[in-house]
Design a protein around this ligand. Structure first.
Ligand code: GMT
Length: 378
C-alpha cells in the first residue's frame, strides 16, 4: 500500500504513535509518506520505504497568521497525486482531518482518509465553540475514524454526537525498545543507592495536574528517601519548580527537559506518576509497563484500560494525592508486591499492546477502507 501520514511531529504521544506506526508499515514493505511541518522526532535512521514531505506555511506580511492549514492541505493533495497514495492517515483531528478532506477534494486523486482521535483533540478542543463544528465535519468526512480507547469513543459520542462509527485501536509499544535496560551506572547520576526514583513525563499542561506530582513527592519523601525526575516541557513546569522551592524540595527534583531516550529514563525509575485529570490513553504508562515500571496515578479517561488497577499499578480518583502517595509508599516498601506488578506490567504490555498486534489492526483497517467497506470493523 501507499500510505500518507500526517501528525504533529514534535514531542507528544500522538506524534510518537504516528511515527512508530509509519516505521512499522515501512518495515512491512508499504510505501510511507510523512507530510508534516518538521521531520518527526522519532523517525530515526534511513528506511528506503519512508519518504518525508515538508510543509511550509507562507509568511507573507498581509497574513496575521501563516496559513498552515491551507499549506498542509495543498501539500497533501500534491503528494497524494504524485505518489498515487491509497490512504492518508491523519493523527489528531485538528486541523488534520479537515486538511485531508480539502486535499481529497482538490487533488482529483481518489484516496481514502483515516482519522485517529488522540484525546485532547476531542476532550479539550471539542468543547471550544470555534472548533467544535469543524471537528465534527472532519470526523464525518473521514472514511474511517479510530480512537485510542473505549473511553475516548464514549467521550466523542457524548461531546460531539457525530453519527459516525468509531473504531477502537489501542496505542502500542515496541518491546524491542521498551524493555528493562541495564541502567545502574546512569541511575547513580540521579540518586543514591538508598533513594527511590519517581518519574513524570509529559507536556506539563493543566490536564497533567503538575502540582499533584509535587504534593505526592512531598508525602512520599517523608517516609522514603526519594528523587523525582521531571521529563518534558510545558506551561506548568515553572509551577512545579515554584512549589518544590516553597516546600524545600528543590534538592529532590531533577528537571531534565525534553529527552529522546525515554526508554532508558523509564528503566531507571521505580514508579511512574500520572495524576492527570484527562488522559485518553496514557502512552507513557504503557511504555513504563513495558519496561517493568508500575504506574501510580489517576483513573481518568482511558488510563484504566492501560494500567490494570491493583495489578500493574494503582489508580485513584483525580486529585486524591493522599491515596496516590500511600500507593506509592506501599509499592516502594514491599519488594515482593513491586516485583509482581513489574512482571504483570510487562506481560500486559506484550499481550494487549504489542506493536505487531496493533499494526495488524491498522493494516487491516487500511485494506478495508481502500476496498470501500465504510463501516470498518464496527
Ligand atoms: O497530552 C496531550 O495533550 C498530548 C496528546 C498528544 O498529541 O500526544 O496526548 C494524547 O494522545 C496520546 C497518544 O494517543 C495519549 O496517550 C494521551 O493520553 C493523550 N492525552 C490526553 O488525552 C490528555
Amino acid at each position: 500500500m501507499r500510505i500518507g501520514i500526517t501528525c504533529y511531529p514534535s514531542h507528544g504521544g500522538s506524534g510518537v504513535v504516528a511515527t512508530e506506526l509509519g516505521k512499522l508499515m515501512a518495515e512491512r514493505g508499504h510505501q510511507v509518506h510523512f507530510v508534516t511541518y518538521d521531520m518527526p522526532f522519532r523517525l530515526g535512521g534511513f528506511n528506503h520505504n519512508i519518504h518525508y514531505h515538508e510543509v511550509e506555511a507562507n509568511r507573507y506580511a498581509v497574513f496575521r497568521y501563516p496559513p498552515y492549514d491551507l499549506a498542509l492541505a495543498s501539500r497533501m493533495a500534491q503528494v497524494a497525486k504524485l505518489h498515487s497514495l491509497d490512504v492518508i492517515h491523519v493523527h489528531y483531528a485538528v486541523p488534520h482531518a479537515i486538511c485531508a478532506y480539502l486535499a481529497k477534494e482538490m487533488s482529483g486523486h481518489a484516496f481514502k482518509v483515516v482519522t485517529t482521535l488522540h484525546g485532547t483533540d476531542i476532550t479539550v478542543l471539542g468543547e471550544d465553540p470555534s472548533l467544535r463544528d469543524i471537528i465534527c465535519f472532519g470526523i464525518r468526512q473521514s472514511d474511517a475514524v479510530t480512537a485510542v480507547s473505549n473511553d475516548l469513543i464514549r467521550q466523542t459520542n457524548e461531546l460531539l454526537c457525530v453519527d459516525k462509527p468509531l473504531e477502537r485501536i489501542y496505542n502500542f509499544v515496541d518491546q524491542r525498545i521498551y524493555s528493562p535496560q541495564d541502567v545502574q551506572e546512569v541511575r547513580q547520576q540521579y540518586a543514591n543507592p538508598d533513594e527511590k526514583i519517581l518519574l513524570h513525563i509529559s507536556n506539563f499542561r493543566a490536564v497533567k495536574r503538575v502540582p499533584d506530582i509535587i504534593r505526592i513527592l512531598d508525602r512520599v519523601q517523608r517516609h522514603i528517601p526519594t528523587k523525582l525526575l521531571l521529563v518534558g516541557e510545558g506551561p506548568d513546569l515553572s509551577r512545579a519548580a515554584d512549589m518544590a522551592q516553597e516546600r524545600g524540595l528543590m534538592d529532590r527534583v531533577i528537571f531534565l527537559g525534553k529527552q529522546d531516550e525515554v526508554a532508558k529514563l523509564i528503566s531507571l525509575a521505580d514508579l511512574l506518576i500520572l495524576p492527570s485529570s484527562k488522559e485518553s490513553f496514557g502512552l507513557v504508562a504503557l511504555e513504563a509497563m513495558a519496561c517493568g515500571v508500575p504506574t501510580v496515578g489517576s483513573n481518568a479517561g482511558g488510563i484504566p484500560e492501560v494500567v490494570a488497577d491493583g495489578e500493574t499499578g494503582f489508580l485513584s480518583n483525580v486529585g486524591d494525592v493522599d491515596a496516590m502517595a500511600d500507593h506509592a509508599i506501599r509499592l516502594l516498601t514491599d519488594s515482593e508486591l513491586y516485583q509482581t506488578f513489574s512482571e504483570n506490567g510487562r506481560a500486559r504490555a506484550r499481550e494487549h499492546f504489542c506493536a505487531e498486534k496493533i499494526a495488524n489492526q491498522y493494516e487491516d483497517l487500511y485494506r478495508r477502507v481502500i476496498a470501500g467497506e465504510t463501516r470498518a470493523g464496527v
